[in-house]
Design a protein around this ligand. Structure first.
Ligand code: CA
Length: 389
């Protein structure tokens, strides 16, 4: 591994590759089934419902997430999926990251109760990264400086993994599935070969474990869509030294390394760089507050202003036409346990990459107006209820 990292650590040369032209696939060609009926109630008169499914069975999705709650970017992205009548959510699988998985499980169960989607299985997964740890992160900080955010390890709100605080949003009455998330992912992908989109909004530990259990997982899945990685965003991400240390990927770098070398048919990445440009505002919250639904009341009470990292990834999956700028890049992570541990590394499509690096479509700009139409529409709908299966 050491030689890989020495050759590929990108620093300034890596940043230059980002300007190269993309020869990426057309999203509309690549995702013919992702043509969804999303007619925002607020904009019905001016926005045609141009993306309407004519055939089709709804796409099957497993939502793998570090579901901090209540109403974080994590939870709102889950809610966008479960509010959509145009996808079939096979399950919500949870992984420690922004919070520990036991707390996330309770908060996700509660959010799905509020949304009226208790038909969707909630499946807890990895409590800890494969190799990275709170203790190692503290040793790293002693050498290289403090992180501004460390998810569940962040000192200002840290509690042990087994502790589940009282939930302000109410305690759930439903229960999680008695199965590990990695097993659930393997089971679903085997049951529906070539049909399942794995959408990952958190660290990739569950997917790495699933790949270890089923080496054919990547080729059996339809595609991988994820929020993670950091490129040239200037605000330093979770550490002032470098904008390529994005939280999801930093939490479990070895899992990223395993996942990004697997044989996926297609990888789509929404990086930190895009998420920080899209921010929840009081105006958008006010539109949601007009809806008289339990979900709208939950969001009005608990959602916080700020970046919408994960929601953007969901909207771009639902409606690829909102994507205004994307690039084909080889994307990976530095797993050298020194100063560079957990940094995104990348090469342009025309650069020579090691054979195990897979090209990914990386999104850098979306149509913001249309994004908010999609978000508001989904969050103000009545619960779609369980699909007819
Ligand atoms: Ca997340």
């Amino acid at each position: 591994m050491g030689s890989d990292v020495l050759v590929l650590r990108p620093d300034s040369s890596g940043a230059m590759t980002i300007g190269q032209a993309s020869n990426g696939l057309s999203f509309l060609k690549a995702l013919p089934s992702a043509t969804f009926r999303l007619c925002p109630l607020l904009f019905l008169l001016i926005v045609p419902c141009s993306l309407r499914p004519i055939h089709a069975q709804n796409p099957k999705v497993i939502v793998d997430q570090d579901a901090r709650g209540p109403a974080s970017t994590d939870m709102q992205s889950i809610l966008m999926f479960v509010q959509s009548p145009d996808v079939e959510v096979l399950g919500v699988t949870l992984v420690s990251g922004d919070q520990f998985v036991k707390e996330q499980t309770q908060r996700t169960l509660r959010a799905l109760e509020i949304a009226g989607r208790t038909d969707i299985p909630v499946v807890p997964g990895a409590e800890a990264p494969l190799i990275n740890s709170k203790e190692e992160s503290e040793l790293w900080e002693q050498r290289f400086g403090k992180f501004s955010f460390k998810g569940a390890w962040t000192p200002r709100f840290y509690h042990p993994p087994d502790v589940v605080p009282e939930l302000d949003e109410g305690e759930p009455t439903t229960k999680a599935l008695d199965e590990h998330a990695a097993n659930f992912i393997v089971r679903m992908v085997r049951r529906y070969p070539n049909e399942v989109t794995l959408w990952a909004g958190g660290p990739l530990t569950n997917l790495a474990l699933a790949l270890s259990l089923e080496p054919k997982l990547a080729s059996l899945a339809k595609e991988l869509v994820l929020m993670g990685a950091g490129f040239n965003e200037e605000r330093g991400n979770i550490h002032r030294s470098n904008a390529r240390r994005e939280f999801n990927w930093w939490w479990d770098p070895e899992a990223v390394h395993i996942v990004m070398r697997a044989a996926w048919k297609k990888i789509t990445i929404t990086p930190h760089d895009l998420g920080v440009k899209v921010r929840l505002t009081e105006e958008v919250k006010a539109e949601i507050a007009k809806a008289d639904t339990p979900l709208a009341r939950y969001l009005t009470r608990f959602s916080r202003l700020g970046s919408m990292w994960d929601e953007v990834s969901v909207a771009a999956f639902f409606e690829p036409a909102i994507i205004k700028e994307k690039r084909q890049l080889y994307v990976n992570i530095d797993i050298d346990h020194g100063a560079s541990y957990g940094q995104t590394i990348f090469l342009g499509e025309n650069r020579e990459a090691p054979s195990w690096w897979k090209p990914a479509t990386v999104l850098f700009e979306v149509d913001m107006d249309r994004f908010f139409q999609i978000y508001i529409d989904l969050m103000t709908r009545a619960a779609p209820g369980p699909p007819n299966r």
